[in-house]
Design a protein around this ligand. Structure first.
Ligand SMILES: [Zn+2]
Length: 264
């Protein structure tokens, strides 16, 4: 487990895209902004070498559960429960997910690569500036590729296939650079986003929110909640996946695929 504060000493990139038409929500939250080029140079300076993938040894049965538990002691990964203003509800560690089964055993926390975890810490601080007492509510972070293959086998050839990454290419979750996240208010209630997590329907698609708002299928409050989430995540450089309001990549996919290994 890595408990070193990260967000305080790394600078994080910020996307210039702004999907909040009002553009006002976080004007008061100062954040250092750097380009992707300088960010990649920075990661070289701080010494990002090849990471230890989760490989089986001769004594340990290779399961997602064993893999995740092993990586809790890897300095390249951070237990998100150590970050202030972050709560965790690991959906794939219970039957409360689209698969209807527990895929993570008794593993209960969520991990991200330390770069992505540092960005999440910045997002959580930005949320405090906007909504004091609110927390980021994490549903999933690092996801071993063996679990991705289980997802794929379930959805392949169905309408849900669009929402699940092909494991041969790897989801950005498989690198520890994607997070599924919502918001929790100051009294611990999950905020209404208009659909549940892993609701694989058009209503979950941020790119169609304006259309659903006009049609009365999403309320102004639900859209506003999604915008708050996007604003605080984008402040730390996270990139919103256009078809799932809960999914954010910490870095562009091509940079992740080029520089970091998949966790099997
Ligand atoms: Zn996701």
């Amino acid at each position: 487990m890595n408990t070193t504060p990260i967000g305080s000493h790394l600078a994080f990139p910020r996307l210039e895209r702004d999907d909040d038409p009002a553009g006002q929500l976080l004007a008061q939250a100062p954040m250092r902004q750097v380009s992707w080029v300088s960010f990649v140079a920075l990661t070289a300076v701080v010494g990002l070498g090849p990471l230890s993938a989760c490989e089986p040894d001769t004594e340990t049965r290779f399961t997602p559960h064993a893999c995740l538990n092993r990586l809790t002691t890897d300095p390249d990964f951070v237990d998100l429960s150590t970050i202030p203003w972050v709560a965790i509800d690991l959906k794939y560690a219970s039957p409360d997910n689209f698969m209807g089964e527990n895929l993570y055993g008794d593993f209960r926390t969520a991990l991200l690569h330390r770069i992505a975890a540092g960005q999440l810490e910045v997002s959580a601080m930005a949320l405090q500036a906007l909504k004091p007492g609110w927390k980021l509510l994490v549903f999933d972070g690092l996801r071993p590729r063996t679990v991705q293959r289980q997802f794929w086998n379930r959805v392949k050839g169905t309408p849900q296939q669009e929402y699940v990454a092909d494991p041969d290419n790897g989801s950005i979750h498989n690198f520890g650079f994607a997070v599924d996240v919502s918001l929790m208010d100051e009294v611990g209630r999950e905020v209404d986003m208009g659909t549940s997590f892993d609701d694989f329907s058009p209503l979950s698609e941020p790119r169609r929110e304006d259309e659903f708002l006009k049609a009365g299928k999403l309320t102004p409050a639900q859209v506003e909640n999604r915008r708050i989430l996007r604003r605080v995540m984008s402040k730390a450089g996270f990139i919103q996946y256009p078809i799932e309001w809960w999914h954010f990549d910490a870095l562009p996919a091509d940079i992740v695929r080029k520089n970091y290994p998949i966790v099997e």
